[in-house]
Design a protein around this ligand. Sequence first.
Ligand code: BES
Ligand code: ZN
Length: 869
Amino acid sequence: MTTNTNQPTRIFLKDYKAPSFKVQSIDLFFNLHEKETQVKAKQSIEKLEETPLVLNGEGLKLLSIRIDGIELSAADYFVTEDSLTVRTAPDYFTLETIVEINPEENKSCAGLYLSNGIFATQCEAEGFRNITYFLDRPDVMTSYTVSIEADKKKYPVLLSNGDLISKKQIGNGRHLAVWRDPFKKPSYLFALVAGDLGVVEGSFITKSGKEVKLEVYASHGKQDRCFHALLSLQKAMKWDEERFGLEYDLNQYMIVSIDDFNMGAMENKGLNIFNSRLVLADPESATDNDFMRIESVVAHEYFHNWTGNRVTCRNWFELSLKEGLTVFRDQEFSSDLHSRAVERIKNVDALRARQFAEDAGPNAHPVRPESCLAVDNFYTATIYEKGAEVIRMMYTIVGKDGFRKGMDNYFKEYDGKAVTILDFAKSIAEPNNVDFTQFKLWYSQSGTPEVNVTENYNADNKEYSLTLKQFCKPTEKEPSKEAFHIPLLIGLLDPTGNDYKLNSKDIAYNSDGKALISLKKEEETYLFTDISDKPVLSLNREFSSPIKLHWNATQAELLHIIKFDKDSFNRREACFKMILQELRSLIADYHSKKELRPNPEIIEAIGYILLDKKIDAQFKSLMLQIPGDDFIAQEEDILDAKAFQAANHSITIAFVQKYESAILELYHAHHKLDSIGDRALKNHLLFYLVEANHPSSISIAFEQFSAAKSMTDKINAIVALCHTDSEERQKALHEFLNRWKEDAVVFNKWLQVQASSRITKTFDIVKKITTTPPFNPENPNNIYSLHSVIGRNHFVMQREKEKTYAWFCDEIIRIDKINPQVAARLCSCFNFVKKFPDEIKEIAQKEIGRVLAEPNLSKNSRELLEGCI
Ligand code: BES
Ligand code: ZN
């Protein structure tokens, strides 16, 4: 679905215009053939204003066009590369078109395509126009009836949205199924699947007593791996009823797993289509993280049924209306089902690694962008993760009950409509009597706000004052920014580690009784009285606002928080901050060619966490985590991966030397236990041992690999071994490949572990893999697992800069020709390029320039690379 034009046009939010035609209904008829599929579309249309009818359509061969049963003559209409225009249309009419498309040739995974012999569609954002001529925009909602004809033997399962109306045998070994979706929907939610698939069935009884049939489809033989997704779906349905009062509205809910898919999963009405790596799971093939991720993605797509499908986006600039809100909802779901603290920490880690980086880089944009080249490029960490943070701030301001009132209000007012982010904000504000005027700047200004902290304690009158000053770095498009409304959860710790009672007129309590200060001006001072000793500040608890907090805490203050803060997020945050500070000072030493000697106090503090028996295993593994390159790069002016690695290495060595026996002992102790937390901590300790070249690390890792019953233990052992250049590494990789080479899901793990390795041969190995089966150079998952992973492996990319960037850019060019969306994702690996050391930057930018000079480069890739040079 490439639009190959040298001068792609930018589209603007301010240019939004309501549609001039209304589509009352559409009947679609698919005559499925691998190479020549005919799509007949019959639309009942009402003209709302006097203007030609311009339909979207790309890569379609128009065979016939009729209005009210009469074939149009050449003078009545014209077709371009991406549109069909009917010059004059009656007030009410039926438009019938017949087009031909070639699903087999379509490698873009957008529109209608074949994945391993299965016909599947992907229409979000603008894929429907690759299937038929239509007003392909989310504010055109209509009801669909879909007939599918196909070879019965090859394609026994025929699915579309809504309810199955009929299914019958017709001549020639073909059969026909008819589906009708009773809910009006935008075209991006249309779906069709045809193939020979196995199915696992279940059901759910809604709170009003309706039985919903649940089905998870996957290739034959994979049914045993579908139960986790089914169970997750049932949990999600129940949760949405309990937490938001939202019930499912159709009689049937289907999930289909396919191997070629650009994204993770898609919420098509009643017929979700999933990337197989986000459906299929059993302990032998999937890790603990995979299980958690699948549960949350299944839930996410289910939650879209209300936040996205019933209430949808007016246009794609409003994407965060459904994605930010639904990410917030899936995060809440996981937090209610598992550890809230662990969920929050993991989500914030991801936010900082991806979104903060994006917001500081060449492709920074607001949650509600003002313009774009390619709509597909909107699926960013900012729209998703920052969008979810903005919702979370509203939630923090009004509290749990207040938020529920707002959500009820939102559905009451907007069910069945296509609306905007500002409509949502209004729905939450109204019943809570809050004013979001300033708050809404979070939607229109890009960049991560930074807040400086100044503290003052007066022992004589027992007063503590806190001064906060906010700023947000200007960007090219936004040279100056207005002050944000920043809600901050706060606590002050006394010397015993308890929270002081907060006496201050500046504190508000939300409906959950949490203490909150609101920074609204550029600078504000908050005064607290009756504070008997100098307190330790615990600010931005739960990471209530997505900001960078600059707080010069002493080592003693950080330790106090690590030991006592009742806010788990800030306990872990204090560890992170402490290690980050040390990394940065070591990086500075590295640059001034000093010997790297980690501060023994820091090593002892890490040891204190290691030895603390009260900290549960999973949380301990998070507290012991060393910040990664993406995170350090945001604090440093230069992303010098070699220096980062040297700093990391020196801390690890010092830690392992000092705590060798405790680490080994803990490793073995948790190895005997068998929970998610035990595995997380144990594997974390294993990485420490390997990173520090501990003499027994390789044998421990290999033993773990050989004995492992779960994928979690297997893959973590290989990850550890992959950082060594050992025989055991070879053996493990070889064995793993033999076991899984035919498995489209698990094979990706074999790719990932090698592409993330730091060893010298990594680049040569990766390059060779791309030309050796079973690597499939057209499969999105294979590319994400290999290319995207090495692309973010700055240590390897920078070390072999003469070869790596040229190869990487060749691959972008190759992939861009077949699948622009996947190519664009690779382009995002260059997010940090402007921070690379000069010599490396020059090489990388030269290669990027070469990609940009490609005459037919897609607008997707172009948009992402333009800011990189
Ligand atoms: N609607 C998206 C999927 C999508 C976006 C498909 C753009 C095609 C183009 C879906 O709801 C989604 O957000 N999926 C995420 C996973 C989710 C758990 C955040 C994805 O696919 O990565
Ligand atoms: Zn989504």
